[in-house]
Design a protein around this ligand. Structure first.
Ligand code: ATP
Length: 234
């Protein structure tokens, strides 16, 4: 917790029409953190993820993304459902993400090579095939790679396990773990408490749009509290 804060939310609220999706959220994301945000269906995870990302402006409160040295902190979001361009090739999916941050020419090619290195070999060798032909796990991997093309300081991943076979879930989480070990700040939005506790350093439990518990995954007392909070207990 001694590392600098890269994204800070203070008093964040969000409403969709009359529905309050988030209330009174105070949250600091520290550099190098692997932060899990856990909650049942509809708890507000995706809304919180988009607000952390900066692509959704909250109805109330503030989001501050601090500067690391010379520039503002960059966040990338891997959205729920992946949102790939299915008719484009893997390479084109990666390139589109690079254009959006202004990469072209040699810089784009260098970033593409670097990102392709991160992909599992079976995907690295198929950069010119259509994304539609990939399995669910492969699509998830491509969606993460696409987010990496923007050169983020903070990677936000929304329910990467959704719809994947267990073996693929393990693979996706292992790859996310490697990114975290490499120093990337990772925010994982996750429905399964046990998976977040196993993967993340710190875990925030969301219940009906409020932070119901927040603590270190390794602390057994917190694990008990988190489980109760997940289901709406004290
Ligand atoms: P899930 O696990 O189903 O993705 P979640 O924890 O990510 O759920 P959100 O998607 O953030 O939760 O939704 C929080 C609340 O806001 C829910 O009650 C949901 O129905 C509502 N909501 C989300 N998006 C919209 C929208 N575009 N319009 C209206 N209500 C919405």
């Amino acid at each position: 917790a001694g590392s600098p804060v890269v994204v800070r939310l203070a008093g964040v609220e969000h409403h969709y029409g009359g529905v309050a999706a988030l209330r009174g959220i105070d949250l600091d994301v520290h550099e190098g953190a692997v932060l899990g945000i856990v909650g049942a269906n509809g708890a507000g995870k995706s809304t919180l993820g988009r607000i952390l990302h900066g692509s959704l402006r909250p109805s109330g409160g503030t989001r501050e993304a601090s500067a690391t040295g010379v520039r503002a902190v960059r966040t990338s979001l891997v959205p729920e459902g992946r949102a790939l361009f299915k008719t484009l090739s893997l390479r084109e999916n990666l390139e589109v993400a690079a254009y959006s941050v202004g990469l072209k020419g040699a810089a784009l090619r260098a970033k593409l090579d670097e990102t392709a290195e991160w992909l599992p070999p079976r995907l690295r060798d198929r950069l010119s095939v259509q994304a539609a032909g990939l399995s669910g796990g492969e699509q998830q991997m491509l969606a993460i790679a696409r987010a990496l093309m923007a050169g983020p300081d903070v990677l936000i991943v929304d329910e990467p396990a959704l719809g994947l076979a267990p073996a693929l879930v393990d693979e996706v989480y292992a790859r996310l773990g490697e990114l975290a070990e490499g120093g990337l700040t990772v925010v994982l939005l996750e429905q399964l408490l046990s998976r977040a506790m196993a993967t993340c350093h710190d875990v925030v439990v969301l219940h009906e749009g409020v932070v119901a518990a927040h603590g270190p995954a390794a602390d057994p007392a917190f694990a008990t509290r988190a489980e109760s909070a997940y289901f709406g207990g004290e």
